[in-house]
Design a protein around this ligand. Structure first.
Ligand code: AMP
Ligand code: ZN
Length: 459
């Protein structure tokens, strides 16, 4: 079945046609490892993972790369001010050295990987670190210099966007506004949207033929994506905030260096809270640890994200998350419960499978896919065995760990009934023991007598 994706580059929903049959190359703009990721950041990676799972569900092999920015990301889209990693060193009272920067980066990278695992996100083929690719950055900047696309000013080497007439195509950005509001103003720049490919820093940084310093944040992504995926690759993703500056800059420098670059550009919308976008700088952020401290399985957050399409803004609330947790537990309990023997309607089974595929292949319409899951679970014309098999199959895309058995808290009254039943069995009063079994079942629990004792599971 065909896959359709909303391509920010063309503004259209397009049929996905991989460059190489049966294979997808995908680059996801990764985190800047200067702090713990918040759940808004993590929306980007659940989206990328869902996209990967959809490709795989369609029998396509995926090579996925998520870069790790551990140097060079300034605090905003502007080319001025401090970078995020230097800020982290100061915050943590560490010396301003490249070694200390690496230490901070490794710490938050490990935390990031733990977050990905908690959200059941598959591990990409590569997690390239920006600091390990300085040579590739220098080569790319040198190439752009040689081709005449750059110029030097007092604080760095800049890309001249007037040399790339297609600048701003991604997201149809109006470039005649000069972008001062977003990228700051520097009188030495020829155009305020010109961006640094290398920033000078005489004290801290890497040696380069054009001066000691750091690669620009955008150049890192251009250099690393091409190194791991080749000069032309299929998919590039990131949050919508990357469209106006970061991704247009990546395209400009890569295309001018001679790389055709990514074919399909996909962007996830924000996770919002009452005060607006969830952002660390606004102090309204929540981490996965906060969820876990409240005894909420992080996969419930994944469920919540799937209730909205990746490209729609999503309002976060604890009530919505609790609702997702309940729904998740119901699905898991359903897969764990014993089978009935309802006869199967095979044509219906096929219909559910086809529709599910059609929904997820329609630019990841996960809200419709989830609605279908619930229709299917409630459908009396199918046996529970078939429904479970379908659920586990759909879970290849949903990633909700649906075959994980929920540990359900047994209420006190049920515990008492279980104890009484054990006593009745000890006294060989099987009539009473059977009556108690039926009573326990009315509270939603099933009793099994095993060699290891009485086993009680949710029905
Ligand atoms: P950063 O680590 O700051 O580079 O951000 C990592 C990713 O998180 C980027 O792709 C951002 O677009 C994305 N992001 C940041 N805030 C949010 C949010 N509130 N909702 C969704 N994505 C976000
Ligand atoms: Zn990037």
């Amino acid at each position: 079945m065909r896959i359709y994706l909303q391509n920010t580059l063309t503004g259209n929903k397009e049929e996905f046609k991989p460059l190489k049959a049966g294979f997808v190359s995908m680059y996801n703009c990764g985190p800047t490892v200067y702090n713990y990721a918040h759940i808004g950041n993590l929306r980007s990676y659940v989206f990328a993972d869902t996209l990967r799972r959809v490709f795989e569900y369609n029998s396509l092999e995926v090579k996925q790369v998520i870069n790790i920015t551990d140097i060079g990301h300034l605090s905003s889209d502007s080319d001025d001010g401090e970078d995020k990693m230097t800020k982290a060193l100061k915050r943590e009272g560490k010396p301003l050295t490249l070694e200390a920067m690496k230490e901070v980066a490794n710490f938050y990278f490990d935390k990031f990987k733990e977050d990905l695992d908690s959200l059941n996100i598959e591990t990409p083929a590569n997690f390239p670190f920006a600091s390990d690719h300085i040579k590739e950055d220098i080569d790319l900047v040198t190439k752009l210099e040689e081709k005449g696309f750059t110029y030097a000013i007092s604080d760095g080497i800049y890309f001249d966007i007037s040399k790339f007439p297609d600048y701003g195509r991604l997201g149809n950005i109006k470039i005649d506004d000069k972008g001062e509001s977003r990228v700051g103003s520097n009188p030495e720049k020829r155009n305020q949207r010109d961006f640094a490919v290398w920033k000078f820093n005489s004290e801290l940084g890497y040696n380069a033929p054009f001066g000691k310093g750091f690669p620009g944040w955008h150049i890192e992504c251009s250099a690393m994506s091409v190194k791991y995926l080749g000069p032309e690759f299929d998919v590039h993703t990131g949050g919508i905030d990357h469209i106006p500056v970061h991704h247009n800059n990546e395209i400009a420098q890569s295309v001018c260096a001679g790389d055709p670059y990514a074919k399909y550009w996909l962007h996830n919308a924000f996770l919002n809270v009452d005060s607006g976008k969830m952002a660390k700088s606004d102090g309204n952020d929540t981490t996965l640890k906060t969820l876990m401290d409240k005894n909420i399985d992080p996969v419930a957050y994944r469920y919540l994200l799937l209730t909205a399409r990746y490209s729609s803004p999503l309002q976060f609330s604890w009530e919505a998350l609790e609702g997702s947790l309940t729904a998740l537990k119901k699905l898991r309990n359903f897969t764990a419960a014993k089978d009935d023997d309802t006869p199967d309607d095979f044509s219906k089974l096929e219909e559910y499978k086809t529709n599910f595929l059609q929904f997820v292949n329609d630019d990841l319409d996960t809200p419709k896919a989830l609605a279908l899951v619930w229709d299917m679970v409630k459908d009396d014309s199918l046996s529970s065995k078939s429904k479970k098999l379908l659920l586990i199959d759909f879970d290849k895309v949903l990633g909700l760990n649906l075959n994980k058995v929920e540990t359900v808290e047994i209420p006190e009254n049920v515990k008492k009934l279980i104890k009484n039943r054990d006593l009745a069995r000890e006294g060989k009063d099987f009539v009473k023991s059977d009556e108690l079994r039926v009573e326990i079942e009315t509270f939603g629990f099933e009793v099994k007598d095993t060699d290891a004792g009485t086993l009680v599971t949710p029905r």
